[in-house]
Design a protein around this ligand. Structure first.
Ligand code: DQA
Length: 143
């Protein structure tokens, strides 16, 4: 089972940026734990970019081969029709993920451009949102 995690803009600064919202753990550290936890069950590939077009390129590159994609598009969630189109263009199911509960935050974060192109949405569970998305992909593939 091959699962990709894609993080969008500013998520390279997890553990450093707005720690009251996103926590104090670096993503690379969390990813090590996750890889360990799923060893033998799923191969986890990780990509991060602050650039919208690079995220789209990565979706195109892996989107026909992987069993599932966990996507935290960061602020592009709320703005990017191009990422929504990219998700619709590929065959791998994409799960939209957010660390924070975007619905509890500023109104501008309540709307997602990409939700309607995704298989599901997980938000508000801190970094555990990523694990829940991996679980959802594994469960869907076990059916
Ligand atoms: C985020 C929520 C977005 O609104 C924000 O722009 C982010 C992170 C989250 O994981 O909670 O960068 O996607």
């Amino acid at each position: 089972m091959r699962i990709a995690i894609i993080n969008g803009p500013n998520l390279n600064l997890l553990g450093v940026r707005e720690r009251d919202i996103y926590g104090d753990r670096r993503f690379e550290d969390y990813l090590d734990t996750l890889k360990h936890q799923y060893a033998g069950k799923a191969e986890l590939h990780y990509y991060q970019s602050n650039v919208e077009g690079f995220i789209i390129d990565e979706l195109h590159r892996i989107g026909f081969d992987y069993d599932g994609i966990v996507l935290n598009a960061g602020a592009y969630t709320h703005t990017s029709l191009a990422i929504a189109d990219a998700i619709r263009s590929i065959t791998a199911p994409v799960i939209e993920v957010h660390i924070s509960n975007v619905h509890k935050r500023e109104e501008i974060r309540h709307h997602s451009m990409i939700s309607s192109a995704c298989s599901g949405v997980i938000a508000g569970f801190g970094l555990d949102s990523y694990r829940l998305a991996v679980e959802a992909i594994l469960a869907a593939n076990a059916k």
